[in-house]
Design a protein. Sequence first.
Length: 147
Amino acid sequence: MTFELVAGLAAKDYVTDLPLCRVLFENNKYYPWIFLVPRKENTKNMTNLTMDERIELMREIALAENVMLRLFPSDQDNVAMIGNMTPQLHVHIVCRKKGDPDWPGTVWNNASAPYDENTKKETIAKIKAAIEAEMLLPQYQITSTKG
């Protein structure tokens, strides 16, 4: 069996792949928003990951969160794993600003407006380049804890 995205995630825009996760882009100009989706088949929740995969997921969340906050300064970033409607493990990383259309409430199924096509492509390219540069930093390199 191979890794496949469920329909809701497959409709998102591709950004890049990390060692464990595929990075996807939410096309909503109100909120800079990406998803990390572990590229492992039949992964509905964290229990489907090994301990090493869980540690790698945390490393990739830290990387993505740092990139998003640097690119999109915000008052609050939200990192969440909610799979009630999309039954595949995925991590939301959303940058929020006071006064955005849903502040201080949640973004789930609320204000949405797509980027224009050029801005969307530029934003995705900016996120991809920043992730690739961040991946080169030593804190994101995999080191063995077994000896």
